[in-house]
Ligand binder design. Structure first.
Ligand code: ATP
Length: 404
């Protein structure tokens, strides 16, 4: 194989062989070389064919691998790892399953790890707690797009929220200098659709804080058995995103008065609430994290969460009065083509009992009435018709709730 053209031995004796002998020897050598060459070419062809085969196999496996990772995966938590395999519990249906894992994967996971599993419940990858939690229960917004100017009729409440949430984030030293602890948590309570979420978002926006929202009802109804862990995760995500405003909506779902019944569901809710209280209590140096909770059911709340050091600042967010409704009408019609005959003061007086969310709905619906009439200008009658329609819808909802 190492022969080169230069070091080739001649197959005859240069001085002794006759011309005839030289020719014959060379012809014999040529025959041998030709057959060797033939053999080599065959081998090369075989090797090429083999190479192609492996290449195709590789492509097929890569494709298969990609497909496995692309098809919808389910989220599960590792419960236990033993010689027989790994026991996982699927989120959502809470079903447990024993699955096998490769040695590499075994090194990556621990009990409590969150993992993604495919249809056959094989673990495809591990999930970092953050992506997982975000995707499942938390709404994390780096910079919410609500400002104080978007909120109408809540001057006093806004002032109080700014003092209790914004000041400690913006000027923590002032509290130190004065020698008082800033309020721990703020509880906003009042009817639905009055702007509680907006207030929390606006304060996060104003302080350049990350807004992290979690709904109490989802915690206990959707992720049964995981509430306490999710509360822990919530505070962990907040620490990673400082400054942050944690907003717990519908806190009554996890912090309602203890009931007599001792069903497992209740015990689970209790555990979730205990975790929340201990996170708040153990949060001495809260740093740049503020907590705002909201509820429509103040009467249902367990008083334990209202103790000093917990949600010790209560702010009522009521439905707007006529003046508030007028401002909210103005806010929501800022970008609308409103006719000259529209009187917001009159509308505000007529839409008695409307919440901020109702006023917003009236504006959108009035726009729809104009569109149906093939107009681009919205008239007073559109707003009136819209309010009638929304009232009727609200009544229907009440009726269906009563009979639900
Ligand atoms: N005071 C307000 N000023 C301007 N718009 C408002 C006001 N209150 C409510 N809205 C409108 O209603 C929508 C819903 O309000 P928001 O989600 O803040 O209410 P909420 O009090 O948190 O309600 P829920 O208790 O149902 O969660 C807002 O996105 C906004 O368009």
């Amino acid at each position: 194989m190492s022969d080169t053209v230069d070091d080739v031995d001649l197959p005859y004796d240069e001085d002794e062989a006759s011309q005839q002998e030289k020719i014959q020897a060379l012809e014999e050598r040529l025959d041998v070389l030709e057959s060797q060459n033939e053999e080599m070419r065959d081998k090369l062809l075989d090797a090429n064919a083999e190479n192609n085969k492996y290449q195709q196999k590789l492509e097929r496996l890569t494709h298969e691998n990609k497909k496995l990772k692309q098809s919808p995966l389910f989220v599960a938590t590792v419960q236990e790892m033993n010689d027989e395999g790994v026991i996982i519990k699927q989120h959502g249906n809470n079903q447990e399953a024993l699955t096998e894992v490769t040695d590499e994967m075994r090194d990556e996971i621990d009990p409590d790890s969150r993992v993604a599993v495919n249809n056959s419940l094989s673990i495809v990858k591990t999930l970092s707690s953050e992506t997982d939690v975000r995707a499942r229960v938390m709404e994390v917004t780096e910079s919410p797009d609500v400002s104080y100017e978007d909120i109408g009729g809540l001057e006093e409440q806004m002032q109080e929220v700014r003092e209790t949430v914004e000041m400690p984030l913006k000027k923590p030293d002032m509290f130190k200098d004065v020698g008082i602890d800033p309020p721990s948590g703020v509880l906003l309570y009042g009817p639905p659709g009055t702007g509680k979420t907006m207030l929390a978002k606006a304060v996060a926006n104003q302080t350049d804080a990350t807004f992290i929202k979690m709904a109490g009802s989802e915690l206990v109804h959707k992720f049964i058995g995981e509430g306490a862990k999710l509360v822990r995760d919530l505070f962990e995500v907040a620490r990673e995103h400082e400054p942050a405003v944690i907003f717990i909506d519908e806190i009554d779902a996890i912090a309602s008065k203890r009931t007599e019944s001792k069903t497992s569901g209740d015990a689970e809710v209790q555990r979730t609430m205990m975790q929340l209280l201990s996170e708040m209590d153990g949060f001495e140096d809260r740093g740049e994290i503020r907590i705002i909770a909201a509820t429509n059911r103040f009467d249902m709340l367990d008083r334990a969460i209202l103790r000093p050091g917990r949600f010790d600042r209560l702010i009522e967010v009521p439905k707007p009065n006529a003046e508030g409704r007028e401002i909210i009408f103005q806010i929501h019609t800022r970008n609308m083509n409103v006719a000259d005959d529209v009187e917001f003061e009159e509308l505000a007086a007529e839409a008695e009992n409307a919440s901020g969310a109702d006023v917003k709905a009236i504006c959108t619906e009035a726009g729809m009435f104009a569109i149906r009439d093939e107009r681009t200008e919205i008239r007073m009658e559109d707003f009136r018709n819209a309010w009638e329609k929304i009232q009727a819808e609200n009544e229907d909802e009440e009726v269906s709730k009563t009979f639900a």
